[in-house]
Design a protein around this ligand. Structure first.
Ligand code: SF4
Length: 658
């Protein structure tokens, strides 16, 4: 299949050996690239019951099938492994510029097994791949580490660097992997796995051509998409002050189908922070450790997070590789206490996790938390969620001043939040107990704290409330990487226009009552399945979720796939690959759950903390009274996939293990 390099590199960090492996044609045909190919390969390479922090775990840096072929917004890279956070399949996804560089070095993925005796970096360039001593970089924060490798580079073409920070070196299970100065593959505890291998960085500078079956056709589709996105802009009068109103409209009891391309105009102007205030008003943003609402974080507070206030600090826009939207930005960080003069613009997830979730309207503190996380390597979603958990523990007397070393933990106190986050990043004092996320912190603290430890299957959920969007609650609970906000939701589904291409995807062409989304019906389950399958296609190809949300009638994924690969598959057939990948991820998780049973490393967590699905429901705010029939919805979702309804394990007929 064209589009792929045809091989992966397997690096054994224990022995220093490196072997290029030719990938069987069937693996590409059935699992494509990215997460799909990793799921296929790692299922065989990682022995059942492997210690996720041990030498048998494999950490795979994967490029996407479409990356570098000339298609647009398909430049994301994926990192996959057994997750030490959830005990199941782990993957995380990131923008930036690493994905094409993996291919330019000659591989579709670079897979690391074993554990190095000392800190090393993997380097690949025109002189081939090698491991180099990284003792000098060990201990540097992620930004310093990247700068250090780039400064020491003597080749003509500067490398792309993916690196970990000190939190990952200290094996924090909520740490990720940085590239491009603070773009993160943050979820599933992938940073901790890299730290456990003593692999400080992956440094790539390649120049190999990336194959594409029909370059002219790919470019023709790309040009049409670029033209469309270029034309869509918001009128000048549309300022951040309008966002609460937009939030109200999106939170109405009737859902009206819209063209997703409008979202690209919003993303071009603000990036994801457009939702800072809109999400508070309609209930999308969780408040006060998922126990509050806009009544606790009212206009006076949320208006301080107006996206215009953040964009005012933006000095330039940031685009990932092959992106025409450019939702990112580089911001002036002066006056915030941040280490450097500039930083990546905090994303909505970060603004909410260190804003509404902890009742803080202190924008400087949010910038500083963003900087601490980006430098140390902590995942902002999990870190903010853990701070919120600690604040509630303190309020309830589960934690006291004696536990925190004298630090008073009060809701909304930006200074205390920064201080606690710093302790987590350094694993100092109470920070050591909290540094692995809320599930393990609750286990260590006891005293009934698990009731307020908001996680799904061990991972803290993204900042989108399942009580507003039940499909999101299902994704949080039933995805093989639980807690992920990028898998599926009614919002993503409705703007994707998937049904125009995929015969079995339920159409959303007319207004409907939102109450319908709260019913455990086959139709809702099918939408969740379709959302999960197309997301796996994105993570196999390198596609960006925000490209999908412009709508597949604009971002013509299926046409690009045929043009780049030379295949002639229908959208249904491409979606079959998405279904196969999702099942492979689930099968890996089920296998590991069974193999880990009884071991200290076992992560036997419930589907989701009841706050995620409204049991009991909130008694005030826009989501008051909302309860998601989660168990019933998850069971229908699993049935649609052909998995066991109760356990989520794919049935033998689905995996071929008959
Ligand atoms: S929309 Fe944003 S996240 Fe997606 S590829 Fe573009 S810059 Fe990256």
């Amino acid at each position: 299949m064209r589009g792929m390099m045809g091989k992966v590199l397997v690096v054994d960090l224990s022995t220093g050996t490196m072997v290029e492996q030719v990938v069987p044609v069937e693996a590409y045909r059935d699992y494509l690239g990215g997460v799909g190919l990793a799921a296929r390969l790692l299922t065989d390479m990682i022995p059942a019951g492997a210690d996720p922090m041990g030498p048998d775990n494999v950490l795979a840096f994967m490029s996407g099938l479409l990356t570098g072929t000339g298609s647009m917004m398909t430049g994301r890279w994926m990192v996959c492994c057994k997750s030490p956070l959830t005990g199941g399949w782990g993957d995380a996804n990131c923008g930036g510029t690493l994905s094409p560089e993996i291919k330019r070095c000659g591989w579709d993925g670079i897979l690391f097994r074993g554990i190095s005796a000392g800190p090393v970096a993997f380097v690949a360039d025109g002189n081939g791949p090698r491991l180099v001593d990284a003792s000098a970089q060990w201990g540097l924060d992620a930004i310093e580490s990247e700068d250090s490798f780039k400064a020491a580079w003597d080749g003509a073409k500067k490398p792309v660097v993916a690196t970990i920070g000190p939190a990952a070196e200290k094996l924090s299970l909520i740490s990720g992997i940085s590239n491009d100065g603070g773009r993160y593959a943050a979820r599933s505890g992938v940073g901790a796995v890299m730290g456990s291998k003593r692999l400080k960085a992956v440094v790539l500078s390649g120049n190999k051509p990336i194959p594409c079956a029909d370059k002219a056709r790919v470019q023709e589709i790309s040009k049409a998409f670029t033209r469309k996105i270029g034309k869509i802009n918001l009128p000048g009068f549309m300022t951040g002050a309008f966002m609460p109103l937009m939030g109200k409209m999106l939170g109405m009891k009737t859902v009206v189908p819209v063209d997703g391309i409008l979202a690209s105009a919003i993303l071009k102007k603000w990036g994801t922070i457009y939702n800072n205030t809109a999400g508070i008003v309609n209930g999308d943003s969780p408040v006060r450790n998922w126990g509050g609402s806009v009544k606790d974080f009212n206009y006076k507070k949320y208006s301080k997070l107006n996206p215009d206030r953040i964009v005012a600090r933006e000095t330039k826009k940031y685009h990932c590789y092959s992106c025409v939207i450019g939702c990112g930005g580089i911001c002036d960080a002066s006056g915030t206490g941040a280490k450097g003069s500039h930083m990546h613009k905090p994303e909505y997830e970060t603004c909410c996790a260190f804003g509404a979730l902890v009742l803080s309207d202190d924008l400087d503190a949010i910038f500083l938390c963003n900087d601490i996380c980006n430098r140390s390597g902590l995942d902002t979603i999990s870190a903010g969620s853990t701070v919120a958990f600690a604040l509630e523990c303190y309020e309830r007397g589960i934690l006291t001043k004696d536990d925190t070393g004298g630090l008073e933990l009060r809701w909304g106190d930006g200074k205390a939040i920064v201080a606690l986050l710093t302790m987590m990043a350094e694993r100092r004092g109470i920070g050591d107990i909290l540094a692995d996320g809320v599930a393990l912190a609750a286990k260590r603290l006891g005293k009934g704290s698990d009731a307020i430890a908001v996680h799904a299957g061990g991972q803290e959920p993204g900042m989108h409330d399942g009580r507003m969007d039940p499909m999101m609650a299902v994704a949080f609970s039933a995805d093989p990487t639980p807690g992920r906000h990028t898998i599926s939701s009614a919002v993503y589904y409705n703007v994707s226009h998937l049904w125009e291409f995929v015969s079995w995807a339920p159409p959303v062409t007319r207004p409907y009552f939102k109450a319908k989304e709260f019913v455990a019906s086959d139709e809702e389950a099918l939408k969740s399945v379709a959302g999960a399958c197309v997301k796996q296609l994105l993570d196999a190809t390198g596609g960006c979720l925000f490209a999908l949300t412009t709508g597949l009638q604009h971002w013509r994924l299926f046409e690009w796939l045929n043009a780049a690969t030379g295949e002639t598959r229908t959208p249904d057939e491409w979606m079959d690959a998405g279904r196969r990948i999702q099942t492979a991820r689930a099968a890996f998780g089920a296998r590991e759950k069974a193999a880990d049973s009884g071991k200290a490393q076992a992560r036997d967590y419930p589907l989701a903390n009841p706050r995620i699905y409204g049991e009991p429901p909130l008694d005030r705010g826009p989501l008051a009274g909302n309860t998601v029939p989660l168990q019933a919805m998850v069971e229908r979702y699993r049935r649609e996939f052909g998995w066991d309804e109760k356990s989520g394990a794919p049935l033998p007929a689905m995996t071929g293990n008959q």
